[in-house]
Design a protein around this ligand. Structure first.
Ligand SMILES: NC(=O)c1ccc[n+]([C@@H]2O[C@H](COP(=O)([O-])OP(=O)(O)OC[C@H]3O[C@@H](n4cnc5c(N)ncnc54)[C@H](OP(=O)(O)O)[C@@H]3O)[C@@H](O)[C@H]2O)c1
Length: 367
C-alpha cells in the first residue's frame, strides 16, 4: 500500500489577518482555507476575540485543514503577537486604522498587504483631502506598491507593503488600461458608470444596507465625491503618460445593486480617431493575451457579474458606437475576491515567492 511521504510536502507559510469579522476578512478566510502555500495562524477581531473561527464560520470544521483552521482562536489585534508568528499580515480594516498597524508590523520585519485605502494614493495631500484625516506614515506612502498585477507585477514581488487596490478602481483601471496605453481615446471625456453589490459597503450595520432598503430597488450614491475617484485618476493618468499636474480628471458615478457581490462598470469614452470594434478588440486582446486573470470576451459578448462571482477574473466586453464615435467598455469583477481579498492573496503570493495564482478561485458558483 503506498504511503504519503510527509517530508515532500513543503511547510505552509504562516500568515495573519487583522479584521477577520468583516466581509473582506471573511473572504480572506474562505480563500486561505483552500490555499496550499499559506497557513492562517493569527486572526484578530476586537469584538470576537476569544472565540474560535469555527464558532464564527461553521464551515470551518471537519477533518484536515478546514477543522485545523476552525480551531484557531481569534485574538486581539496586537502587532507584537502577530510579528511573533507571521511572515505576512493582511490588514482588512478601515482606512486610518491600517496606517498605524502597518507601520508597527513593518518595523517588526513583517510584510503587509493592506486592503484599505491608506497607502493607495501617492500624494499625501490628496489622501488627506479625500479621506479627511491626516496621513501619519508618509515614508510608507512613498514605498507602498499599488497591488494591481497587470500593472505592477515586478514591483509587487519585492515589496514590503502592498496597497491592495479598491474594488471599483480594479474594474475601472483594467477596463481603461489598453485604450489609454494605446492612445485610442480622448482623455478629457471619460465617464465611469459603476454598480456594486452591497457587500462593498462592509459588514457594519447601517440603515442604508438593510435588506428592505436595498432589495427590489436600485439607486445611485456618492455622486461626484466617491473616494475611489482620486485612486482611479492617479492610475489612469500614469497609464496615459500624463505630465505631472496635468492628470486625467474623470466622472465616476456609483450605484448600489440589490445583489450581495459583484461590480459591473460601464465606461463611456470618445475614440480619438474612427476605429472598428474589431480593431479595438484586437488591441485589448493583445494587451491581455498573457494575463491569466483578465478575459477579453469574444466580439459582441458582454460581461455579467455572475460569471465572475467569487473568482479572480476580470471580464471585459467592448462596444463601438460608430455613429457617435464612442468606445464603451464593460468590466465585471467580484468586489470581494478580485476587488479585495483574492487580489490581496495574489499580492502575498508574489511577495512570498509563491506562484502568482496559487490558491485563487477561478470557477464561479452557479447559479
Ligand atoms: N467590502 C469590499 O468590497 C471592499 C473591497 C475593497 C476594499 N475594501 C476595504 O477593505 C477594508 C475592510 O473592508 P470590509 O468591507 O471587510 O469592512 P468591515 O466589514 O466593516 O470590517 C472591518 C473589520 O475591521 C475590524 N476593525 C475595525 N476597526 C478596527 C480597529 N480600530 N482595529 C482593528 N480592527 C478593526 C473589524 O473587527 P472588530 O471591530 O471586531 O475589530 C472588522 O473585522 C476597508 O478598508 C475597505 O475599504 C473593502
Amino acid at each position: 500500500m503506498p504511503t504519503i511521504n510527509a517530508q515532500r510536502i513543503p511547510p505552509r507559510i504562516p500568515v495573519g489577518l487583522v479584521g477577520v469579522t468583516g466581509y473582506t476578512g471573511m473572504e480572506l478566510t474562505r480563500i486561505l482555507a483552500g490555499h496550499p502555500g499559506l497557513e492562517l495562524v493569527r486572526a484578530t477581531s476586537r469584538s470576537e476575540a476569544g472565540r474560535t473561527l469555527a464558532e464564527l464560520y461553521p464551515y470551518l470544521s471537519g477533518p484536515g485543514d478546514l477543522g485545523r483552521m476552525g480551531a484557531l482562536t481569534v485574538t486581539q489585534p496586537d502587532p507584537a503577537d502577530l510579528a511573533s508568528a507571521c511572515q505576512l499580515v493582511f490588514l482588512a480594516v478601515p482606512h486610518k486604522t491600517a496606517q498605524e498597524i502597518a507601520a508597527k508590523l513593518i518595523a517588526l520585519g513583517v510584510k503587509v498587504v493592506d486592503l484599505s485605502a491608506d497607502f493607495r494614493l501617492r500624494d499625501k495631500a490628496t489622501y488627506e483631502h479625500w479621506y479627511a484625516t491626516p496621513h501619519t506614515e508618509p515614508s510608507l506612502l512613498a514605498e507602498a506598491v499599488y497591488g494591481l498585477p497587470e500593472l505592477y507585477r515586478a514591483q509587487m514581488a519585492t515589496a514590503r507593503l502592498i496597497a491592495n487596490p479598491g474594488c471599483y478602481p480594479t474594474s475601472s483601471i483594467l477596463g481603461l488600461a489598453p485604450a489609454l496605453e494605446s492612445g485610442l481615446i480622448h482623455t478629457d471625456d471619460i465617464v465611469i458608470d459603476a454598480k456594486s453589490g452591497t457587500s462593498g459597503a462592509g459588514r457594519k450595520a447601517g440603515v442604508g444596507t438593510l435588506f428592505c432598503e436595498v432589495s427590489d430597488t436600485f439607486r445611485a450614491y456618492n455622486l461626484t465625491k466617491h473616494r475611489h475617484t482620486p485612486e482611479i485618476e492617479q492610475e489612469v493618468s500614469l497609464l496615459a503618460g500624463a505630465a505631472p499636474g496635468k492628470g486625467i480628471a474623470l466622472s465616476f458615478n456609483t450605484h448600489l445593486l440589490p445583489i450581495s457581490r459583484g461590480i459591473l462598470s460601464t465606461i463611456y469614452t470618445r475614440l480619438s480617431k474612427p476605429m472598428s470594434l474589431k480593431d479595438v478588440h484586437a488591441v485589448y486582446a493583445e494587451r491581455y493575451k498573457d494575463e491569466p486573470l483578465v478575459r477579453v470576451l469574444p466580439l459582441g459578448a458582454l460581461p455579467e457579474t455572475r460569471w465572475v462571482r467569487g473568482t479572480m477574473f476580470c471580464d471585459i466586453g467592448l462596444c463601438v458606437d460608430e455613429r457617435l464615435g464612442r468606445l464603451i467598455i464593460l468590466s465585471a469583477i467580484d468586489n470581494l475576491c478580485r476587488g479585495a481579498s483574492g487580489q490581496a492573496v495574489l499580492g502575498a503570493n508574489l511577495m512570498l515567492g509563491l506562484p502568482e495564482t496559487q490558491g485563487l478561485p477561478t470557477a464561479p458558483l452557479m447559479p
